[in-house]
Design a binder for this molecule. Structure first.
Ligand code: FES
Ligand SMILES: [Fe+2]
Length: 466
């Protein structure tokens, strides 16, 4: 698949300053690997709208994509003790992700070898899994423990086989699984990502919030709503005073890892009038309660400072108070910007010193027209060094507005997510209603979306060729 990721820097960009130029102006610099990377030209051919709803195409994804890719299934902190487990499911598959020994995690197929009942419906703590149907038992590590009717199972010599397992890998406190024994290793798939995330110490972050939203749209449509900044002007116009949307940076770094960077605390190239730095700062803090002394109020920009440099300074100070760490080395971008790394096909990890958002998208069971989106918020362990318990998962149904999750995500973020979610049912029905029958991705800003479609096609073609 190498030919897809070979390519040169392209010049067909928004004429405003580039993200790399924003980085160069920053008062505290960020690491060099954040500068513009490769974006191969992968064409402008239209994509069939039916890929988002056609049952036949969905079935190909179920068969040739999902069982062959790595999924983050949980965080290690969710299963700290032997016997702790969570259930992770996608496209009709179900796995028990269990701490099977102090230094060992297994992904057991969640299906009784007798007549198929799921062994666990929810996560929890168990040292063995007793099937509620007829009572066969497996230990937490998946090895067979007990068969109440040994005389009736000559095919198993009176016992039963051990539970089958999927592959397990870990990185940054995340537990990943893959059903395919021949798939590339997790390390190969993550490629440059672990090195780029070293400064953010994901292992020592805790789950501050976890929301799972059911969405009336195909999983790709949902994921794609969070993979480009062209939608800011239409969907989040309140953000234009404080985000570099059109001049975001999109890089395809390796076969499975790509990224998008958008600067904040600068104005959008779409705005025709030049805002003052004070206006940008006001807008940046507009949705949040800013404490000036001990009163909420308006921040006054110190003489000669940009809104971006000042906002980064405040973010450093606030975070230092929370964690007791020094952030003087942290770049302005690392304190402020939207910096998302996607791992094909359905995971997104944000770089940030203070708050790392993580996304995961999946089909909702075997329905091509609905999906699940996980939004997890990781934060640094506080200054007392005691890791807070993982926040409980908040499940949100199809028509539940994201604004209901203000407590978990902050009112400002919940509103932004609601703006994204409002589009999606109308994207799904609109795709079905399409007169052209196609989707037209833009050439640069939506190159990652197009690239993911091309990779999905490769998985399908390789699967069908077997
Ligand atoms: S289905 Fe599990 S013991 Fe029968
Ligand atoms: Fe959005």
């Amino acid at each position: 698949m190498d030919d897809l990721v070979r390519g040169d820097f392209r010049e067909d960009r928004c004429p405003a300053e580039s993200y790399t130029e924003v980085l160069e102006r920053d008062r505290v610099p960020s690491p060099d690997y954040m500068r513009q990377g490769p974006t191969p030209d992968i064409g402008t051919a239209p994509v069939a709208a039916s890929r988002y709803y056609d049952q036949g195409f969905f079935q190909k994804e179920v068969e040739h994509l999902w069982p062959h890719v790595w999924h983050w299934a949980c965080r290690e902190e969710e299963i700290p003790q032997v016997g702790d487990h969570v259930v992770y499911e996608f496209t009709g598959k179900s796995f028990i992700i269990v701490r099977s020994a102090p230094g060992e995690i297994k992904a057991l197929y969640n299906s009784c070898l007798h007549r198929g009942r799921k062994l666990a419906v929810n996560g929890g703590h168990k040292l063995s899994f007793r099937c509620p149907y007829h009572g066969l038992v497996w230990k937490a590590d998946g090895t067979f423990q007990e068969n109440p009717f040994p005389w009736d199972f000559p095919q198993w010599a009176g016992g039963a086989p051990d539970l089958p397992e999927a592959r397990v890998g870990t990185w940054g406190g995340f537990v990943f699984i893959n059903m395919d024994p021949d798939a590339p290793s997790l390390e190969e798939v993550l490629g440059p990502l672990p090195a780029h995330f070293e400064r953010y110490d994901f292992e020592n972050r805790y789950i501050a919030a976890h929301v799972v939203k059911k969405v009336r749209a195909n999983w790709k449509a949902t994921a794609e709503a969070f993979m480009e900044s062209h939608h800011v002007i239409g969907t989040h116009p309140q953000g234009l005073a404080t985000i570099g949307d059109a001049n975001s940076q999109y890089d395809i770094l390796s076969e499975y890892v790509d990224r998008q960077f958008s600067a904040t605390a600068i104005q959008s190239p779409h705005l025709k009038t030049q805002l003052s730095e004070q206006q940008i700062l006001d807008s940046y803090f507009g949705g949040r309660a800013v404490m000036v002394g001990d009163q909420p109020g308006r921040m006054t920009l110190p003489e000669g400072m940009t809104a971006r440099a000042f906002a980064a300074e405040i973010a450093r100070k606030t975070l230092a108070e929370q964690t007791g760490q020094d952030y003087s080395h942290a770049g302005d971008a690392e304190m402020l910007d939207s910096l998302l790394y996607n791992v094909f096909p359905h995971m997104s990890f944000w770089i940030s010193m203070s708050r790392n958002i993580v996304y995961r998208w999946r089909p909702n069971g075997l329905d091509p027209e609905t999906s699940l989106m996980d939004i997890m918020m990781l934060r640094p362990v506080p200054r007392d060094g005691v890791r807070p318990k993982p926040a409980p998962v908040r499940y949100m149904d199809l028509d539940e507005p994201m604004t209901e999750a203000g407590k978990e995500l902050s009112d400002m973020l919940a509103l932004v997510y609601e703006q994204d979610m409002v589009n999606l049912p109308h994207v799904q029905t609109g795709l079905r209603a399409s007169g052209s029958g196609t989707v037209e991705f833009s050439n640069y800003m939506e190159s990652r979306l197009r690239y993911h479609h091309q990779l999905i096609d490769r998985f399908i073609a390789e699967g069908e060729a077997k």
